[in-house]
Design a protein around this ligand. Structure first.
Ligand code: NDP
Length: 304
């Protein structure tokens, strides 16, 4: 079957695009390699989704998914490995399945950056975790460490204090990157101890479990061991665009460059959400991008 729009990624950008495209009467396939909702599923609470003073990420994800399904979008599991321009455009998944679409919206978002230090990979799922919502409750009354000084690190550190006895936050510079309101909330929390000018150098392991983290003073290079039972790195994000590299639509960091209608330089291929080169990556801006992309496609196809 050939779709009017194939949407890659079922996060807020993809689901919003699906709602707008279906309401414009287009046939829509959404492909995602994970659960619908994207990063909303990993976020305990949002306080900046207009209309909800506080909403649980997974709840908002489910509501957006239901909304898109209500309007008749089709959704399938698919880990996309290649997209090709042409009439039609082709989307290939890692199981060899090929889907055909008149247009494509890339809304694959970002993935967590890794620290790249010894034992990080080996201990992932055994004490190293990139999801506080998923794994925080396993470390009730135990000390944990959060790596990073951005909004994600400090918000998740704050969330982890619901469970952990203590949350050590390891920041490589002597300042946070996070917004002041987020930083103030975290530093006011008595369970949080911030270690500025420290960078992670090794995950310490004992009996196949995380025992701590070795950190190094960024100025003196002196090392010390911090004993914690879990490590949550939140050190930034990289775009998920490997499958699109050959099209020449990404910038140096791998983010996709679009015009204000969300179209890339390849006609009929659009991008929306965190995967775009943009100023502000938020649920609200992702949904905005998705709406514009779908509406642009509706115009584009009507003119064709
Ligand atoms: P950021 O890039 O904003 O912050 C990453 C943090 O990790 C920085 O403190 C950075 O240090 C540090 N870091 C990077 N690499 C390493 C390393 N190898 N070792 C140790 N520390 C490292 O990423 P976030 O994931 O926090 O946020 C991504 C985007 O999402 C941002 O635009 C953010 O504002 C947004 N966001 C917004 C939220 C909200 O508004 N409520 C919530 C969550 C995210 P340095 O500063 O030295 O580079």
């Amino acid at each position: 079957m050939r779709y009017d729009v194939i949407i890659l990624g079922a996060g807020p950008a993809g689901l919003s695009a699906a709602v707008y495209a279906r309401r414009a009467g287009l046939t829509v396939l959404i492909l995602d390699a994970g659960a619908p909702g994207g990063k909303m599923n990993l976020t305990a609470e949002l306080e900046n989704w207009p209309g909800d003073q506080k909403v649980a990420g997974p709840e908002l994800a489910y509501r957006m998914y239901e909304h898109a399904m209500h309007f008749g979008a089709e959704q399938k599991y698919g880990n996309v490995t290649k997209i090709e321009d042409g009439e039609p455009k082709k989307v290939t998944c890692d199981d060899g399945t090929v889907y055909e679409g008149r247009t494509i919206i890339i809304a694959t978002g970002t993935k967590e950056r890794k620290m790249g230090i010894p034992n990080e990979t080996e201990m992932t799922g055994r004490g190293v975790s990139y999801c506080a919502v998923c794994d925080g409750p396993f470390f009730r009354d135990e000390p944990v460490a959060v790596i990073g000084g951005g909004n994600s690190a400090l918000q998740e550190a704050d969330y982890l204090t619901r469970f952990a006895s203590k949350v050590h936050v390891i920041v490589r510079r002597n300042v946070f990157r996070a917004d002041k309101i987020v930083a103030d909330k975290a530093t006011d929390n008595p369970k949080i101890e911030v270690h500025f000018l420290r960078k992670p150098v090794e995950v310490l392991v004992e009996d196949n479990k995380v025992k701590g983290i070795r950190i190094e003073n960024s100025e003196t290079h002196e090392q010390e061991d911090l004993f914690v039972n879990a490590i949550f790195p939140f050190i930034g994000l990289d775009p998920v665009t490997d499958f699109a590299k050959d099209l020449g639509i990404c910038n140096e960091q791998g983010y996709i460059v679009t015009d204000e209608n969300m179209q890339t330089k390849v006609p009929g291929i659009y991008a929306a959400g965190d995967v775009r080169a943009k100023f502000l990556r938020q649920v609200v801006t992702a949904t905005n991008d998705g709406a514009i992309a779908a509406q642009s496609i509706s115009h584009h196809l009507n003119e064709a």
